[in-house]
Write a protein that binds this ligand. Structure first.
Ligand code: MG
Length: 204
């Protein structure tokens, strides 16, 4: 499986890191070795002093496809979860300064925490949106709602599948809302859709 991530898909988050809003979705990949499943700890990497959480809604691809049109886009995912796009922010800032790719800041071992997937219909609120959040040591640190996404799930599927063939089991990280921040050794992170806890991760 591969992990496809979307950057700057919430305007307020782009602003908090002083980034412009991209004209088209900003994509990057994480390898399958980046996976960290629900319940497993993350060991603080020794190459960063500024490890950040970014909570995101995840889509799991359920059907193979490329060049998918918007009419059929929603057929390609039926389960969602929350994940954490762990980012070595200091390393990323260096990469950005040099105009280098981001992989050493974002695609390292276990940098993609992936929660338990649930059917998308179960995840939606009365308005058809997905409300998601992250707590650190029991206190809310990040909250988002998918109605604030710049590019919708379906439009992401269309755009991503122009470049990358989607295969069953691939996971899309759909972007983080405002409120990213640092973690320390000993922190306990928990990700939610609505009131459902779908991801637990401690930092060791
Ligand atoms: Mg992210």
């Amino acid at each position: 499986m591969k992990i496809i991530c979307v950057g700057r898909n919430y305007a307020a988050h782009a602003a908090e890191l002083n980034n412009p809003i991209p004209q088209t979705p900003l994509l990057f990949l994480k390898p399958d070795t980046a996976q960290l499943l629900d319940g497993y700890p993350l060991f603080y990497p020794d190459f960063t002093k500024d490890l950040h959480y970014e909570v995101e809604v995840l889509l799991k691809i359920c059907k193979n496809g490329k060049h998918i049109t918007s009419e059929f886009a929603s057929d390609y995912y039926n389960e969602v979860s929350v994940g954490i796009d762990f980012t070595a922010r200091d390393v990323q800032d260096e990469c950005k300064k040099k105009g280098h790719p981001w992989e050493i800041a974002k695609a390292w071992n276990h940098s993609a925490a992936i929660g338990r997937f649930i059917p998308i219909e179960e995840a939606k609120d009365e308005t058809g949106n997905i409300d998601f959040s992250l707590t650190k040591n029991g206190a809310f640190v990040q909250q988002g709602i998918t109605s604030e996404m710049i590019t919708s799930f379906d439009d992401l599927i269309v755009y991503i599948s122009k470049y990358f063939m989607l295969l069953r089991g691939d996971v899309i990280f759909t972007g983080t809302p405002k409120g990213v921040g640092p973690v320390q050794i000993g922190d306990q992170l928990e990700g939610f859709i609505g009131k459902q806890s779908l991801l637990n991760c401690s930092i060791k």
